[in-house]
Structure formats: structure tokens, C-alpha cells
Ligand binder design. Structure first.
Ligand code: ATP
Length: 202
């Protein structure tokens, strides 16, 4: 198992962009909470079976995949259903992230968790890297990427941890307000530091 660097940041801060660069440039293994969260409810999984038992087979799309939009609507209007779902899935997601990390072989691995602060998950990582951008940049990039109105982008930001709360758990910070090409020098610097840290921890 690799030394684990947790990677987090708010919506559209650039987590995926940053993680992809570490992977492409330095062949660093990535475990991504969003991907794991989909895997634990894939067809045939224990997670999906439990969801079908609770909400009925109507919660599926025609192809047998979970209808995420429908599930989101159900839990939006029913806090107890939301709590039930979180209690089911959070331990599964956590367990799968840990077992995926066990299989990593690069000198260090990146564990990408968008809601690391909100779900108090930074203890899963040895150290934490935060992708930091101004709120205006987050709003602009969310509007462009997700084609949403500014109010909607703002309300998503408001539902997440603040920039300060994330920075409070950071061991390292990447500034991503700049152009994409300025990211690589920061990533190369961090890569060297992470290699040193992972050697210290052998
Ligand atoms: P989320 O958690 O919301 O899925 P994220 O933190 O993974 O987002 P990305 O998807 O990597 O963020 O980036 C958000 C958007 O901003 C993307 O459209 C991406 O292309 C763009 N972007 C990221 N970094 C930069 C940059 N330095 N300059 C310009 N655009 C950028």
C-alpha cells in the first residue's frame, strides 16, 4: 500500500484536472471517492440490492442501473430516507476506498474526496493537498462546465465547506486560479515533496 495523499477542494476547483496530471505525468495511482461511490451501487452490488429492497425496483433505469436522479429526488424530500442511504453507503464507500488503496503500488497514491471536510474523512489520508481557488473562479467554472445559472452555482458553493475550513486541514495547497499551464510546475514541486515524504514513511 502506498503513502496516501488526500486531495480535496470545492466544486469546480480543479481536483480532477490536478489528479489527472499526477497520473499522466508521474503514473501516480488514484482512488476517487466519486468513482467508488458509483461502484458500490453498480448492478449486482450489495448496495444496489439494499436500495431496491428499500425503494422498490422502480428506482432502477431500464438497463438495470440505479436511477440517480430519481433517488436524489426521493431523498431530497425525505430526510429519514437520506439518513438511511448515507448509513448504508458511507461505510461501503469508506471500505472500498481503503481496499482500493491497499492495492496501489506507486510511491504514493492520491485519494480524491470532494467532501473530505464535510464528511470528516481526512483521517483516511496521511497528508492532505487542497486545490484552492477564489469563489468567483469556482462560480465561473461551474457555470461554464455544468451550464447552470450563477444562483445555482452559488447555492452549491454555500452548501459545501468554506475555503477556510478546507485550508485548515491542508498540509499542501495548489493554487488553481491561474491558467492550466501554470499547474504543472506546482505539481512537479509537490511530486518531489510527496516522494520524500513517502520515503520517510517506509
Ligand atoms: P467537481 O468536484 O465539481 O467535479 P473538480 O474539482 O474535479 O470539480 P475539474 O473538473 O477538474 O474540477 O475542473 C472544473 C472545470 O474547470 C473544468 O471544466 C476544468 O476544465 C476547468 N479548469 C480546471 N482547472 C483550470 C485552470 N487552471 N484553468 C482553466 N480552467 C480550469
Amino acid at each position: 500500500m502506498s503513502f496516501v495523499i488526500g486531495l480535496t477542494g470545492g466544486i469546480a476547483s480543479g481536483k480532477t484536472t490536478v489528479a489527472n496530471l499526477f497520473h499522466q505525468q508521474f503514473a501516480i495511482d488514484i482512488v476517487d471517492a466519486d468513482i467508488v461511490a458509483r461502484e458500490v451501487v453498480a448492478p449486482g452490488s450489495e448496495g444496489l440490492k439494499a436500495i431496491i429492497e428499500k425503494f422498490g425496483a422502480d428506482i432502477l433505469l431500464d438497463d438495470g442501473q440505479l436511477n440517480r436522479a430519481k433517488l436524489r429526488n426521493v431523498i431530497f424530500s425525505d430526510p429519514s430516507a437520506k439518513q438511511w442511504l448515507n448509513q448504508l453507503l458511507h461505510p461501503m464507500i469508506r471500505q472500498k476506498m481503503l481496499s482500493d488503496l491497499e492495492k496501489t503500488t506507486s510511491a504514493y497514491a492520491l485519494l480524491v474526496i470532494p467532501l473530505m471536510v464535510e464528511n470528516d474523512l481526512h483521517h483516511l489520508a496521511d497528508q492532505v493537498l487542497v486545490v484552492d481557488v477564489s469563489e468567483n473562479t469556482q462560480i465561473e467554472r461551474t457555470m461554464v462546465r455544468d451550464k447552470v445559472a450563477p444562483e445555482q452555482a452559488r447555492s452549491i458553493l454555500a452548501s459545501q465547506a468554506t475555503r477556510e475550513q478546507r485550508l485548515a486541514i491542508a498540509d499542501y495547497v495548489i493554487k488553481n486560479d491561474t491558467e492550466n499551464q501554470k499547474l504543472l510546475p506546482q505539481i512537479t514541486e509537490l511530486h518531489k515533496k510527496f516522494l520524500e515524504k513517502s520515503r520517510e514513511n517506509l
